[in-house]
Design a protein around this ligand. Structure first.
Ligand SMILES: Nc1nc2c(ncn2[C@@H]2O[C@H](COP(=O)(O)OP(=O)(O)OP(=O)(O)O)[C@@H](O)[C@H]2O)c(=O)[nH]1
Length: 197
């Protein structure tokens, strides 16, 4: 078991949102910004939540916001920046584009906690999801070295760590839906996608 006081929440809200064409993390689903769903899922398990984004608009959530320490270097750099600011040994990392995420999924990660692993991630349909995962803060040394060498692939970085993968059942699979495009958003809302805060 791992206590809330030992876990920081890290939400990645940077990047280009090029496929969506508008900042994904601030899109509304059922009147609530996407990023807020990640915040709500993490809150019961974390002592602090950090949003990693260069965009000041994310100050609206009233949480600690930190800038990317490597510019335009993708989610690996986002995680590294969050880990650099973390004051705890463990971190639950979520992306900002999974508005169906629930605390139940986070609870499964916590239930499978094992300090022998650097990363505990979920998997659905044989697809691993390193953006719904628990990371040891100590991963930051490896991630920094990889980023300095120009490495950008998160999956590659995670594969260098001791990783445990939890397979979600079909019921929970739906909750990991990644909303990257206007088409996927439409399947959720049946509304035009340019409706952000
Ligand atoms: N802080 C930070 N987060 C990022 C960065 N790139 C992507 N993310 C986040 O990582 C998650 C997955 O991002 P992707 O969908 O792979 O990339 P994206 O840039 O958001 O979108 P596309 O341009 O459509 O690929 C989302 O939560 C993004 O907000 C980055 O450079 N910095």
């Amino acid at each position: 078991m791992i206590a809330k006081k030992n876990i920081t929440g890290i939400i990645l809200s940077g990047g280009k949102s090029s496929r969506m064409g508008t900042d994904k993390g601030l899109l509304l689903y059922n009147e609530k910004p996407f990023t807020q769903y990640s915040i709500d899922a993490l809150a019961p398990f974390t002592s602090e939540i950090i949003i990693v984004s260069n965009y000041k608009n994310y100050d609206v959530f009233g949480l600690k916001r930190v800038n990317d320490l490597f510019e335009e270097a993708g989610p690996l750099a986002g995680i590294y920046s969050g880990l650099k600011h973390s004051k705890t040994d463990y971190n639950l990392v979520l992306s900002c584009d999974i508005p169906l995420i629930t605390s139940g999924i986070i609870n499964q990660i916590i239930d499978h906690f094992d300090s022998n692993f650097d990363v505990i991630q979920v998997e659905t349909n044989h697809k691993t999801m390193p953006l719904i995962a628990l990371y040891k803060t100590s991963c930051k040394e490896l991630f920094f070295n990889l980023l300095k060498q120009g490495e950008r692939r998160l999956q590659y970085a995670v594969n260098q760590c001791k990783v445990k993968t939890i397979t979600l059942d079909t019921e929970n699979e739906k909750c990991t839906l990644n909303v990257n495009t206007p088409e996927t958003l439409k399947t959720l809302t049946n509304k035009p996608f340019r409706e952000n805060i």
